[in-house]
Design a protein around this ligand. Structure first.
Ligand code: ZN
Length: 293
């Protein structure tokens, strides 16, 4: 612990390795959580309609059953489940059937590890770094699920909001978020939700279409609670800029029809993460330019 505090590079390196392991777990969350939720919704629907629920097979949750190869169903051995290294060692193929393994697994592991190390480096050893890491891991999971399913599950967005509100009670005066002060966090949560909700209602009134989902409001509320309401305009601006660049690129590449909704969650999440690390400096510089320039 003293070593971590004394040498930020050591702390960042250990955080990188830890982030790889967390990234491996986030892969499971991104893949399985929507399936677990789908099962629950089906069971609830069956109950409401008075049908007997489908017979329960083997338990399916984040821990069980063990991971299998989607092609040949062979269970993945622990030695083949080491983040990134196993992928390189197996040259991206299943150990039993040689079916290619998606590049997104090591990509998410590396992204989680790099983001965790960046947070460790930026905040240094302490509670702030731990909080920022938790925020980061939630953002990675939400991004993955939203890209796959156009879904930001309550089971992730609501705890993310609560953690920020509770953590705000330990805010130290003068410190940058996280945690934001209780006042900034509560206003951030309410303003975040209401702002996107209003945009949604206006957009629907004017076009008759739904441009985003309720999950986006909850995610933006959580971001407001984590970073404080002052960061919300910046997050929105960054998300819109990155979103329009990627959206135009995708339409240009004809990978996406114009009418098809593009999930907004990943842009909010990415923008929130940038604001987590550099928000105060960006705002300060922008205000300097706006006031003095
Ligand atoms: Zn296989």
């Amino acid at each position: 612990m003293a070593l971590f505090a004394a040498d930020p590079a050591v702390f960042a390196a250990v955080a990188f390795l830890f982030g790889l392991a967390i990234g491996s777990f986030l892969n499971v969350v991104i893949h399985r959580l929507p399936l677990v939720l789908e099962r629950q919704w089906r069971a609830q629907a069956a109950e409401v309609e008075g049908r007997s629920a489908a017979p329960q097979g083997e338990p399916y949750n984040l821990l069980r059953p063990r991971s299998r190869c989607p092609a040949c169903q062979a269970p993945i051995r622990a030695i083949h489940n080491i983040p990134v290294l196993s992928y390189l060692f197996l040259r991206g193929r299943c150990a039993s059937c040689r079916a290619p393994i998606s590049l997104r697994y090591p990509a998410i592991e590396l992204a989680a590890a790099a983001a965790t190390a960046a947070v460790a480096w930026h905040f240094g050893f302490g509670w702030q770094a731990l909080l920022a890491m938790i925020f980061t891991w939630y953002l990675v999971a939400l991004t993955g699920i939203d890209i796959d399913r156009q879904l930001l599950p309550d089971i992730l967005t609501l705890p993310l909001l609560w953690i920020a509100l509770i953590a705000s009670l330990w805010h130290a005066a003068g410190d940058a978020a996280p945690p934001a002060s209780p006042r900034d966090a509560v206003i951030g949560a309410v303003a975040g939700y209401l702002f996107l909700w209003s945009v949604f209602q206006l957009f629907r009134l004017m076009t008759g279409k739904e441009g985003m989902g309720y999950g986006d409001f909850k995610l933006f509320a959580a971001i407001g609670a984590w970073l404080g309401w002052q960061m919300l305009p910046l997050v929105l601006l960054l998300a819109a800029v990155v979103g329009s660049v990627v959206g135009v690129a995708m339409i240009a590449a004809r990978r996406h029809g114009r009418g098809v909704p593009i999930p907004f969650g990943p842009y909010l999440a990415g923008a929130a993460w940038i604001a987590l690390l550099w928000g105060p400096q960006i705002v300060e510089r922008y205000l300097d330019v706006a006031v003095l320039g």
